[in-house]
Each structure stands twice: as C-alpha cells, then as structure tokens.
Design a protein around this ligand. Structure first.
Ligand code: AMP
Length: 192
C-alpha cells in the first residue's frame, strides 16, 4: 500500500506514520528525519540544509526531490511506503505524481490530519520542552505554520481533488487517531 499522510507540524503526523509503517510493513519515508540524519552525520547535504531546518524554512525542491527519488527506489519501499513530510510544495507533488505514474504506481490513499492550529502550537511547545528540538521555538513554530499554509495547503487541495483524500480527526489521543486510520486503511484495502 502506498500512503501519503498530510498535516501541519504538531498534528501527530510522524507518530502516526511510524505506527502505520510498523503495522502494515511499509517503509516510513520521512524527509525531515532524513535531513536531520544528514545534519547529525555532518554530510554536505547536512551542512546545506542545517540553517533552513533551524529557521523553519523549506529545503529547496531540487534537493528534496533528489533525496526522495533515490529513497523510493530502495528495496524496502518497493512493496509500499508511507510518505511523511513530502510533498510539501505543489512542485514536489507534481514530481511525485509523475514519478509514481512512471513506475506504474500510485498513492492508494492520502490521509489528512485535521487539527486546529492552536493545538499544534501547544503540542510543539510541549515537544520543544521535552525533546529540545531546535526548530520548536515560538518564532520557528510560527514560521513553519506560515510555510504550511502558503506551500502545503495547496498540496492538500490538489490531493482532495483526486478523490483519494480522507480526513482524520487528529485532536484526540494517538491511539484514537490510529484506530481511525486503521479503519480507513481497511476500507482502502477492501476497495483495492
Ligand atoms: P519535519 O520533520 O517533517 O517537520 O521537517 C523538518 C524540516 O525539514 C522542515 O521544517 C523543513 O525545513 C525540512 N523539510 C522536511 N521535509 C521537507 C520537504 N518535503 N520539502 C522541503 N523541506 C523539507
């Protein structure tokens, strides 16, 4: 199954994507994690993207697309994947659609985590205190949500138009959200 999960920062996207990957045996493909790993390893890519992550700005499309193109060809992604944090811009979405069409694959379902922005902000501030993530300061949180509204909401609308987008009520506990995702994925499997 090829799954895309969309939602603003703080919506629980990463947590849910990780659970989907484990439960359904698909690859968890998270560009944010890949960039953080590159930064931690001190690679050329890491050095390039570090200031962008620190300020909440997007990494340029060409770098991000190159990374994803290679990642989706790895063995563990051949049977299915859950995309988390990509695509974040319309240019990325168009490349993804073309890339999948080119290899005869498609997104089976697009999950949209529905949540009020104030709750995302509260959660991110909580996460900043617990994990010390450098991009969870109030200024950077505001910047990231602004980027989401400007660049990623059009991506949500693009996938809504395909008829394969399903809204998931994300203002609840992680277990409740995951139960709704499981119901949705079961319906998708039955349809397939
Ligand atoms: P995330 O962990 O998904 O919240 O991503 C953390 C940061 O990585 C973002 O704020 C961006 O700076 C960068 N990033 C992750 N995914 C993408 C993407 N698809 N396009 C551009 N930048 C990205």
């Amino acid at each position: 199954m090829n799954i895309l999960i969309l939602g603003p920062q703080g919506s629980g996207k990463g947590t849910q994507a990780k659970r989907i990957a484990v439960e359904y045996g698909v690859a968890h493909v998270a560009t944010g994690n890949m960039f953080r790993a590159a930064i931690a390893a001190g690679t050329t890519l890491g050095l390039q993207v570090q200031p962008l992550l620190a300020s909440g700005q997007l990494v340029p499309d060409d770098l991000t697309i190159g990374l994803i193109r290679a990642r989706l060809q790895e063995d563990d992604a051949l049977d299915g994947f859950v995309l988390d944090g990509f695509p974040r811009t319309m240019a990325q979405a168009e490349v993804l659609d073309a890339m999948l069409a080119g290899i005869g694959r498609r997104l089976d379902v697009v999950l949209e985590l529905l949540i009020a922005e104030e709750i995302c902000v509260e959660r991110m501030l909580g996460r900043a205190r617990e994990e010390g993530r450098g991009d969870d300061t109030p200024e950077v949180i505001a910047a990231r949500l602004e980027v989401y509204r400007r660049e990623t909401v059009p991506v949500v609308e693009h996938y809504r138009a395909t008829g394969r987008l399903v809204g998931i009520r994300a203002e609840r506990t992680p277990d409740e959200v995951f139960a709704e995702i499981q119901d949705t994925l079961e319906q998708v499997e039955e349809r397939a």
